[in-house]
Design a protein around this ligand. Structure first.
Ligand SMILES: [Cu+2]
Length: 500
């Protein structure tokens, strides 16, 4: 894996910079100094410019604030609005202008139960159209917040759907308007949506949520615009936040067990999360619990992806104490790859108190493999550095709002093979359904997936392939796309029309 990745990155570096420079020189009218520096000195750009200050750090991890339910049991009714919001990031400095749901970054967390009827009244107080996409959630196509259903500035709409049985999972919501998703998300619009089950085998464990997002500031402490490198490689900022806080403090006692839900809500980072010394057990993926716990040493989460892990405190002398993002090379062409660990949160040993060390059951959920497919599709993911208007492609095409790339039938099992002919990793997300990865290549060699899991995002590493099975249950026009939001906005997206 490492060797192949190195070779493909090296090839990308050797082949693309000149074309890149030409393409961007032709297409970019508004380049920052950094862009010019990047163009003049080859493909490897410096990290995001230092802002000259740090954010406050080391404060106890804040829990995401909840969106209050205005209804009784069986329903979840609330109001959500997207609007500019000034938040004081830096003591003594001017507030930073975000775009936020209900004035919060991340947006308010929604917690509902399987079976609930959800009714969210949404108001758009931005000066551009937006939508609310319920990422991963089983909702009807006209409630999914796709680009075909924009909410105009000052517009209002209700999102209504019922949460089916077996839908308990860690979802999230974010804008999905045509061409504007990346900017709206990096301005601060994203929140989490947790669906709970009344039969939850891990209900006895205390939960802690880690919503990972990326913040790129300019020297005035305001949210920076995308650079040319951001638009190509996907935006990364100077700060990776956890629940809106930079390097917060998590305390855990020796032997204490806790259920973590982790969201990668960054625009483009592939996070290789490690918590050295402590025991980690993977218990859930995008689509909720897996069949049986899997001991892991790391958690690879690509943009849009979620995981649930049970952490058990194991403090050992000499181990770095913290939640880390290990270096991961994703084939960037214009910016430097991550070479060092990033500290996401500090971890401190708490005194033994009323800690929970209850065991994790050996069986968590019944997941049946999807049967043999009735339909097989191939999706080739590629990059064309020579065409500024069609740089990121699926089956050779850039996104067209008026073109369904495939037609499917509700209830049929499909097998999709995602084939990367690209130099970068592209995390692939499908709307309207969840899927089971059945096999992936590693250095070009197919390997069967070791366990069943429901997902809605899967990373397709540069030059590799992924095979998955899915079954659309709901008719409609469904999007699939790269979840590096700058790539999605640049057209690495397609649609399948699912007929009843
Ligand atoms: Cu991509």
């Amino acid at each position: 894996m490492q060797r192949r990745r190195f070779l493909s990155s090296a090839a990308a570096l050797a082949l693309t910079p000149l074309l890149l420079r030409q393409a961007f020189a032709a297409g970019s009218a508004n380049m920052s100094e950094m862009d010019h520096a990047a163009m003049g000195h080859g493909p490897v750009d410096a990290p995001p410019p230092a802002v000259g200050f740090d954010l406050p750090s080391g404060q106890p991890l804040p829990a995401p604030r909840l969106l209050a339910n205005q209804a009784g049991p069986g329903r979840f009714v609330a109001a959500l609005q997207a609007a500019p919001a000034e938040l004081p990031l830096l003591p003594g400095n001017a507030a930073t202008v975000f775009w936020a749901y209900n004035g919060q970054v991340p947006g308010p967390a929604i917690v509902a139960q399987e079976g609930d009827e959800v009714d969210i009244a949404f108001a758009n107080h931005l000066t551009q159209p937006t939508t609310v996409h319920w990422h991963g959630m089983p909702v009807p196509a006209d409630q999914d917040g796709g680009p075909h259903y924009p909410v105009a500035p000052q517009g209002l709409r209700h999102y209504r759907f019922t949460l089916p049985a077996d839908s308990a999972a860690s979802y999230w919501y974010h804008p999905h308007p045509h061409g504007l998703t990346g900017r709206q998300a990096y301005m601060g619009l994203a929140g989490v949506f947790v669906v709970k089950s009344k039969q939850d085998p891990l209900a006895h464990l205390p939960e802690q949520w880690l919503v990972l997002s990326d913040l790129k500031l300019d020297t005035a402490g305001q949210i920076a615009e995308n650079s040319m490198a951001d638009r190509h490689d996907g935006r990364e900022g100077q700060f990776v936040l956890v629940n809106g806080a930079w390097r917060p403090l998590v305390t855990l006692a020796e032997g204490e067990r806790r259920r973590w839900r982790v969201w990668n809500a960054t625009s483009a980072r592939i996070l290789r999360i490690a918590v050295p010394a402590h025991d980690l057990m993977l218990v859930g993926t995008d689509g909720g619990l897996i069949a049986a716990p899997q001991p892991v040493t790391e958690l690879l989460l690509s943009p849009g992806e979620r995981a649930e892990v049970v952490i058990t405190g194991r403090f050992r002398a000499g181990q770095p104490a913290g939640v880390l993002a290990r270096p991961y090379h994703r084939g960037k062409a214009m910016s430097a790859e991550q070479t060092d660990d990033i500290l996401l949160a500090s971890l401190e040993r708490a005194a033994l108190g009323k800690t929970n060390s209850a065991p994790v059951p050996g069986r968590l959920r019944d997941i049946q493999p999807l049967p043999a497919p009735q339909v097989r599709r191939e999706l080739r993911i590629s990059e064309n550095m020579a065409d500024m208007n069609a740089m990121f492609l699926i089956n050779g095409k850039t996104f067209d709002m008026n073109r369904a790339d495939f037609t499917g039938k509700a209830g049929e099992v499909e097998e999709w093979t995602l084939i990367s002919e690209a130099h970068m990793d592209h995390p692939f997300h499908i709307h309207g359904t969840r899927f089971q990865v059945t096999a992936r290549t590693e250095d070009g060699v197919w390997r069967e997936e070791p366990f069943l899991a429901w997902r809605d995002v899967v990373n397709v590493p540069a030059g590799e392939s992924v095979r998955l099975r899915l079954r659309f249950e709901r008719p409609g026009l469904w999007m699939y796309h790269c979840h590096i939001l700058e790539h999605e906005d640049a057209g690495m997206m397609g649609m399948i029309k699912v007929e009843a």
